[in-house]
Write a protein that binds this ligand. Structure first.
Ligand SMILES: NC(=O)c1ccc[n+]([C@@H]2O[C@H](COP(=O)([O-])OP(=O)(O)OC[C@H]3O[C@@H](n4cnc5c(N)ncnc54)[C@H](O)[C@@H]3O)[C@@H](O)[C@H]2O)c1
Length: 424
């Protein structure tokens, strides 16, 4: 099929490369010229394992072309995916202005038989809104919801080995086109109405955020009562109804999706007359998690950060990605800096202009009073801890991801602090 993907970000790039891998011809429309130039030069503007290779192969086989003009990008397309940003608007709602104006702009270029597919995460009712924009402009193209469930860091696998594909369509014929588009994937396909598809995406993200927050709260309680959260979570996870996944203690959820999607779901609920205090509490509990970590670090440094140098391993919001949007690492760094600490940070992939960096994980700890592990990159497990101890001025390693082996840290002569254990 001839497919267009508008927006070459985390979602759009994976979608384009994935569909090309399935044999479709994909035109990518992107407004950021710098990004297009990078892509044209064979450089992937984001770090996502396996994506650069998949994308390069598609370009080589002529299955992906790049366009700065969206009209040119949609020309001849049977299906047009919108993978555009839907950032929070300041009141917790999803800001649809980019999506809406892109659709308005596309109208003259759409064929009557085109199917416009919303990949962006959008509030319930957005498909209907876009439908009314098209109707108002006399355009008969269809609108279909096909929410994206990829997880950054494993996005290529999430496409190629997708667990489910959700298609929210008004007309069965449109759903069938989408189903055929994904032929070759073994995912379960769920065909439903657009509203249910829109809600599915928020329900999935809100559940994951809630689960993570719940186990962070259990980890905090374990600290208070003197339990070992590692044992607690292992035992809890052995219950098949619960499972052992997605329960690792940490600094709270971040990234470009969970924070904005949980807030958006609270507003979707209240806009529809339903109070959702449980989710509101998840959001505030998640915010408190960072402050709790900061308070513990302040105590480790005897209550005064004014002369403290804190080295941070990890900047991205989680391992496997260079995405720093709403990163808990940066939120914690900001709080520490506001209290007077000098923060320096190193990450295998992510970069920030906010905090000075160094050549590597050893160089960054030079002269540090405390080492904070803020992102769970496996690379940190291979760093020579004896060398870390030699280079640091202080001796505390605060592992906000429970990543390192406590014994190995202690053997290196360092003091290990982590989450969910009373004496550590
Ligand atoms: N990142 C994720 O993990 C993820 C997962 C699932 C769903 N989503 C959702 O998918 C959507 C996109 O997310 P993302 O992370 O890929 O965003 P992103 O910011 O990485 O990418 C969006 C891209 O769209 C481009 N763009 C903006 N306006 C444009 C226009 N008018 N024409 C062409 N290109 C334009 C931007 O330059 C950017 O490259 C959001 O709604 C997000 O919530 C994201």
């Amino acid at each position: 099929m001839n497919v267009t993907v508008i927006g070459a970000g985390y979602v759009g790039l994976v979608q384009s490369a994935g569909l090309a891998h399935l044999g479709h011809s994909v035109r990518v429309g992107e407004s950021d010229l710098g990004r297009l130039q990078q892509l044209s030069a064979g450089k992937m503007p984001i770090y996502e394992p396996g994506l650069e290779e998949l994308f390069a192969r598609a370009i080589e086989h002529g299955l992906i072309t790049l366009h700065s003009d969206n009209h040119e990008a949609v020309s001849g397309a049977d299906v047009i995916f919108l993978a555009l940003p839907t950032p929070p608007d300041g009141n917790g709602r999803a800001d649809l202005s980019i999506l809406e104006s892109a659709v308005r702009d596309l109208v003259p270029a759409l064929a009557p038989s085109s199917i416009v597919v919303v990949k962006s995460t959008v509030p319930v009712g957005t498909n209907a809104l876009l439908r009314s924009i098209l109707d108002g402009a006399g355009c008969s193209a269809s609108v279909v919801s096909n929410p994206e469930f990829l997880s950054e860091g494993s996005a290529v696998d999430d496409f190629l080995k997708a667990e489910r594909i959700v298609i929210g369509a008004e007309f069965p014929a449109d759903a069938e086109v989408l189903r055929r588009l994904y032929d070759g994937l073994e995912a379960q396909v769920v065909v439903t109405d657009p509203v249910s598809a829109e809600l599915t995406k928020y329900a999935a993200n809100a559940y994951l955020a809630t689960r993570l927050t719940f186990f962070n709260a259990i980890s905090n309680l374990a600290e208070e009562v003197g339990a070992d959260v590692t044992h607690v979570l292992h035992a809890v996870g052995l219950d098949r109804r619960i499972g052992g996944h997605f329960m690792r203690p940490g600094p709270g959820y971040g990234g470009s999706c969970f924070p904005k999607d949980t807030s958006a779901l609270v507003t979707i609920a209240s806009d529809n007359g339903y109070a959702f205090p449980m989710l509101e509490s998840v959001i505030s509990t998640n915010d408190m998690q960072r402050s709790r970590i900061v308070e513990r670090i302040v105590r480790e440094l005897d209550g005064d950060l004014s002369a403290a140098r804190i080295a941070m391993w990890g900047i991205s919001f989680k391992a496997g990605t260079d995405d720093v949007r709403a990163s808990p690492a940066l939120a914690i760094a900001d709080e520490l800096a506001a209290l007077g600490a000098t923060v320096v940070a190193w990450d295998p992939e992510a970069r920030t202009d906010e905090y000075p960096s160094a050549a590597g994980p050893l160089e960054i700890v030079e002269g540090a009073d405390l080492l904070l592990i803020a992102t769970e990159w496996p690379e940190f497990l291979r760093v020579d801890l004896a060398e870390v101890a030699k280079r640091m001025a202080g001796e505390t390693v605060f592992d906000a991801r429970n990543l390192l082996d406590p014994e190995l840290v202690s053997e290196a002569g360092l003091r290990y602090r982590c989450l969910g254990r009373r004496n550590a």
